[in-house]
Design a protein around this ligand. Structure first.
Ligand code: URA
Length: 259
């Protein structure tokens, strides 16, 4: 492996930064200062030091998790179950979630210990698309769809959202569809809503503002009662994973996500 790649993967810094560290003589390989970022090292044998500290190679891991509703996206919490509580067979030291989902949102959540991977997916300039399947009380008329596509004002600062994609799936009375809506998320519905219109569909956004999907739909008069993330970029949630289950990403999936 190249020396600069090794250092970047070991979280010493980004590729650009570690090349500077190497050129400035801050890195030693087997006790000798090396100033060429592209030299090949053997991460299992060679001793690499940065500013006098030995850098241990940590293998990168990538997981896809099917988040259930009811747990929070955090490392620990005194009251609630967290997403990490589901990772029983994995050493979670150094593992972090890529982005967040609300407590009542389910679906695709990624985990890794690779800062570069997270940066490529989360950096706002990359505009990585995320698609959510929703059920919402209310209706979506042509003008609402156009508004969502073009951008709506949300949040305290009333900032316009970036253009989104929307595809309506089903539309009718709540009574008609209530059996299709995941039961975990129904805590906000009671019988007075039975004759209300309800709509389901897919909303694709390329930002990650707080409660963004719920707030976008609220801006056009719809109240989200169930939300599930189904894809990030080209990566779809593996529907063979039960809620609360996870699996490693394949090499091909990692490549599809970050190139
Ligand atoms: N948008 C939301 O409103 N909630 C989520 O959990 C994710 C996106």
């Amino acid at each position: 492996m190249r020396l600069d790649k090794f250092l970047a993967q070991s979280s010493v810094g980004r590729r650009k930064e570690v090349r500077i560290y190497i050129k400035e003589g801050m890195v030693k390989v087997n006790g000798e200062v090396i100033t060429e970022p592209s030299i090949e090292i053997n991460e299992n044998i060679d001793v690499i030091e940065y500013l006098g500290k030995t850098i241990r190679y940590v293998e990168k891991v990538y997981y896809m998790f099917n988040k259930p509703a009811g747990c929070i996206t955090a490392k620990r919490d005194v009251v609630n179950k967290t997403v990490f509580d589901y990772f029983e067979d994995v050493n979670v030291d150094g593992l972090f979630h890529v982005g967040r989902l609300d407590k009542d949102t389910e679906g695709l959540l990624l985990f890794t210990n690779d800062g570069e991977f997270e940066h490529k997916l989360m950096c706002p300039q990359k505009h990585v698309e995320k698609t959510y399947f929703f059920w919402a009380l209310g209706s979506l008329e042509e003008e609402d769809i156009r508004a969502l596509e073009q951008g709506v004002y949300i949040g305290k600062g009333k900032i316009l959202t970036k253009p989104a994609k929307i595809k309506v799936d089903k539309y009718g009375a709540y009574e008609e569809f209530k059996h299709e809506i995941p039961i975990d998320n129904l805590h906000n519905i009671d019988s007075k809503h039975y004759n209300q219109p309800i709509v389901s569909g897919y909303l694709t956004i390329s930002e990650g503002r707080k409660h963004q999907v719920k707030r976008m739909l609220k801006a056009v008069g719809c109240y989200v009662v169930s939300l599930k993330r189904v894809s990030i970029g080209e990566l779809m949630l593996d529907e063979s994973l039960n809620k609360g289950q996870y699996r490693s990403l394949t090499e091909a999936e990692i490549k599809r996500l970050v190139g």
